[in-house]
Design a protein around this ligand. Structure first.
Ligand code: NDP
Length: 390
């Protein structure tokens, strides 16, 4: 079979980079008990850069030893791209949300042999799920592989916005000692109301990590958490994102992008929030209205916006979020630490082994299978009902 793998480019100083640490801590099991990926073998050292083109997710030896062809590229945009040229006879397409191979309905139509769209990471909104459902393509992702990585990043961004860390760091780097300038926009997080949009794997991990900061915690989700968890964390539940947004100082977004969440944070919702609120979005850019965020920062309705998700990705050099006031944006990196890469590369191999050997892919890894949403996809996403066979 032919496997096309779309990965982000290597570091500008070449591959491999100089690694800061020699080993990674061992995690036994994910919170809640889900086991880590269990591939039959592994051809990389945990801690290597696997997500860029030369890292190949550690898959080449495995795939070629089984007689498969592996094409790895970062060239993914436009009809002349390597991705578009390779699609017509591709059986499997793998990509990471950080450098997504947008599998639009048109591209899926140009890939008649495509059977598996695999996300090395979490979040398969770069695949047109309705088109995948219609074509019977399996869509799978490595659930939980980088959830804690993202949760840590979100907490870092919340603190960095509220404490005005990045502008203050800039003063220090530039040789200044402008304490008044630094602190004119700096507050303590303690005592604030902090809410998450969706309390799934990442959202819950964010709530747990914020609990020791003595904040009041709030959440909304399609399903209410068990009473014991609400009591343990002191959570206030809201039926809707709108209700939550007007009752908090900080919002962290952790819902998948699907029809229910697309464009959720529009001008009306932003204007209903407390003046000087903060938003951190490590979920997906299109959950918020791009220009409404810029305007809210300019008027002071928002005191800060940070995140690592953009649309499209990579973001163009003139994307307004690069330069809007009080932004703490990074490229899409939170879920691709070296730690996370080891886990999702192993999970990618596990899914491929199942796929090639005709064994069931773990339910928690499935988004679409057999002409309908499946597994995690059935729990978290929505699709056009007419497209669902069952
Ligand atoms: P989970 O599936 O564990 O959690 C998602 C939660 O969102 C579920 O509890 C789901 O509800 C809930 N949800 C779905 N729709 C809505 C809605 N309309 N309103 C409120 N809640 C909703 O996923 P993760 O926590 O692991 O990941 C969340 C998202 O984070 C991913 O979809 C992805 O987009 C993003 N992500 C970003 C990364 C990055 O690098 N920045 C890396 C990994 C993920 P229920 O299940 O109850 O129906």
């Amino acid at each position: 079979m032919k496997v096309v793998c779309v990965l982000y480019p290597d570091p500008v100083d070449g591959y491999p980079p100089r690694y800061a640490r020699g080993h990674l801590p061992e995690i036994e099991v994910y919170p809640g008990g889900q086991t880590l990926p269990t591939p039959e073998g592994q051809d990389f050292e945990a801690g290597e850069l696997l997500g860029s083109v030369s890292g190949e997710l550690g898959l080449r030896q495995f795939l070629e030893s089984r007689g498969h062809t592996l094409v790895v590229t970062s060239d993914k945009e436009g009809p002349e791209s390597v991705l578009d040229r390779e699609l017509p006879d591709a059986d499997v397409v793998i990509s990471q949300p950080f450098w997504p191979a947008y599998l639009t309905a048109e591209r899926i139509a140009n890939a008649p042999k495509l059977k598996l769209a695999l996300t090395a990471g979490i979040g398969s909104d770069h695949v047109d799920l309705d088109a995948a459902i219609k074509r019977g393509i399996t869509v799978a992702e490595v659930t939980y592989s980088n959830s804690i990585s993202v949760a840590e990043h979100a907490v870092m961004m919340i603190l960095s916005l509220v404490r005005n860390y990045l502008p203050s760091h800039k003063f220090s780097e530039d040789g200044g000692w402008n304490i008044a300038d630094c602190v004119s926009h700096a507050y303590d997080l303690e005592g604030m109301d902090v809410g998450v949009i969706a309390a799934g794997r990442i959202g819950q991990a964010v709530l747990r990590r914020l609990k020791p900061f003595d904040v009041r915690l709030h959440y909304t989700d399609k399903r209410r958490l068990p009473k014991e968890i609400e009591e343990e964390l002191g959570l206030t539940f809201y039926e809707t994102a709108q209700d939550l947004a007007r009752n908090v100082d900080v919002v962290s977004i952790h819902a998948p992008l699907h029809p229910e969440t697309r464009g959720l944070f529009n001008t009306e919702l932003l204007n209903s929030m407390r003046k000087g609120s903060y938003i951190v979005n490590t979920a997906r850019a299109q959950i918020v209205d791009r220009d409404a965020i810029v305007r809210a920062l300019q008027t002071g309705q928002l005191a800060g916006y940070a995140g690592d998700v953009w649309y499209p990705q990579p973001a163009p050099p003139n994307h307004p979020w690069r330069t809007m006031p009080f932004n703490g944006m990074t490229p899409h990196i939170s879920g691709t630490t070296l730690t996370a890469q080891a886990r999702y590369s192993a999970g990618t191999r596990e899914i491929l082994e199942c796929f090639f050997d005709g064994k069931p892919i773990r339910d928690e890894y499935l988004i679409v299978q057999g002409g309908g949403l499946a597994g995690t996809g059935a729990a978290s996403y929505t699709a056009d009902e007419d497209d669902q066979k069952s």
